[in-house]
Design a protein around this ligand. Structure first.
Ligand code: CMC
Length: 435
């Protein structure tokens, strides 16, 4: 990646009566950054930013978020336009290559992906090592990491061709792995991919078809799955993407890096929030119980949170949440569940929270997970699969970010510093002399 940073007037930091000149750079849009790389060398100081709230960890040309305005762009294109007009594989091409494909480029890309949808025959035995009641995310962490053991010809990170093949393999095989994790948990036989189907239809078929019956993919559900994946495809330097980059910074192979991203995504503050949001809606049950629940959320002595609300970056309505809400209504209409009681609870909860001083003051708005759980449930997925679906969609973002890092000459192993507040140096005391 060629750097596109522009030099701005530098900043001066005065500390311990010493003045330090710090370079400032600008990107194409968004806040400028202060370059502190020489801070320790010149001033014997570190910066302190737990949770990276004000730290840009890299230069990137893939995704842009304006959290105050509620804007999300993939390679410059607004998420709502892509969700309305594009397809998931076209978005994959865009994220990976920087531009929308021509017709011929898209055809070739789709061919490359479909070529890699199958798994090594021996791979299926791998699933059998898991307990039937294993969480599908546990299965995903294990099996995606295990891809490194099956595809040695795409683990040389210094070979650009192998990097491309690894990224095609990951995008292609994730739906097959995810569908197998699902089938294994419900005790049904695995269904092989069908390459004449589009990406989303193929995935739904691998999840819901059984060998004993014909299965016809519902086009409304296939489009809903495709849009769900577009909405989740990338989100710049979030926790799981930063995990993938950090793992990759040591030179680990791409399959291992994506497995580390999946592990990070699992947590309820990140990808696990859609599962947690649906459980919360079920727990609330009916609209009458909302005031009591809101009171618990606002109680400073309770740690109850309104799941599917709030975001580290968005201090406005998450633009993905708007598209997800629309998708939710379409899917519920298709399955004849428009008066689903959980949807009623969600709509009322959103209405109340958007006007309640507690949420308004803290700029807490619905995020993508608020409506995705209800949508996925209506599509036939159990809650334990929700984060897996997020992982399938985010794989392209992870691998595009990993590739960008591999092509960045300024890339170094990620190694944060710390401020140490533990015991200073002291001498060892033998156990017989300790009181
Ligand atoms: N419900 C109630 N209060 C909240 C919530 C919430 N969902 N989120 C933040 N707050 C409050 C928090 O208690 C704090 O209040 P105070 O200043 O009085 O202590 C204030 O808002 C700031 O919270 P924070 O924890 O410092 O904010 P953060 O930027 O570290 O956290 C978050 C972001 C997403 C982890 C958090 O909003 C949260 O836990 N939300 C619920 C989980 C969720 O929906 N996660 C999905 C995120 S979107 C999908 C993804 O990208 O993975």
């Amino acid at each position: 990646m060629d750097s596109k940073l522009t030099k701005k007037p530098s900043a001066t930091l005065t500390v311990n009566n010493k003045q330090l000149e710090l370079p400032v750079y600008g990107g194409s849009v968004g806040p400028d950054v202060i370059d502190i790389r020489k801070l320790y060398g010149d001033g014997k100081l570190f910066t302190f930013d737990p949770g990276f709230t004000s730290t840009a960890s890299c230069e990137s040309q893939i995704t842009y978020i304006d959290g105050d305005e509620g804007v999300l762009l993939y390679r410059g294109y607004p998420i709502d336009q892509l969700a309305e007009h594009s397809t998931f594989l076209e978005v994959c091409y865009l994220l990976a290559n920087g531009e929308l494909p021509t017709e011929a480029e898209l055809k070739k890309f789709v061919q490359n992906i479909t070529y890699h949808t199958m798994l090594h025959a021996q791979f299926d035995r791998f699933f059998e090592g898991f307990r039937r009641d294993a969480h599908p995310m546990a299965v995903m962490v294990g099996t995606v990491g295990a891809l490194s053991a099956f595809y040695h010809d795409s683990t040389d990170i210094d070979d650009p061709k192998q990097r491309v093949i690894a990224s095609h393999r990951l995008i292609a095989k994730m739906p097959t792995l995810a569908a197998r994790a699902f089938k294994y948990s419900v005790g049904q036989p695995f269904i092989s991919p069908r390459n004449e189907l589009d990406y989303a239809s193929n995935f739904l078929r691998m999840c819901f078809a059984v060998p004993a019956e014909d299965y016809k993919v519902n086009p409304v559900m296939a489009r809903a799955m495709d849009v769900f994946m577009i909405l989740h495809a990338d989100h710049e330097q979030n926790a799981s993407t930063s995990t993938v980059r950090l793992a990759g910074s040591s030179g680990a192979n791409p399959f291992a890096c994506i497995a580390s991203g999946i592990a990070c995504l699992w947590g309820p503050a990140h990808g696990g929030a859609n599962e947690a949001a649906l459980k919360m809606l079920e727990q609330i049950g009916t609209v009458d119980n909302i005031p009591d629940f809101i009171a618990k959320v606002k109680d400073p002595n309770s740690d109850v949170r309104l799941m599917g609300f709030g975001h580290r970056v968005y201090k406005n309505y998450d633009p993905r949440a708007k598209a997800m809400q629309k998708l939710c209504h379409q899917v519920l209409k298709e399955v004849g569940a428009e008066d689903n009681p959980l949807l009623k609870v969600a709509i009322e909860l959103e209405k109340i929270a958007l006007h309640d001083e507690y949420f308004v003051k803290r700029k807490l708005y619905p995020n993508i997970d608020f409506y995705s759980g209800i949508t996925l449930r209506a599509m036939g997925f159990p809650t334990s699969m929700f984060t897996v679906l997020f992982a399938v969609a985010r794989t392209v973002g992870w691998i595009a970010q990993w590739t960008e890092m591999m092509e960045d000459e300024s890339q170094k192993i990620g190694r944060p510093r710390q401020v140490y507040t533990g015991a200073p140096r002291r001498d060892y005391v033998p156990v017989s002399r300790r009181s």
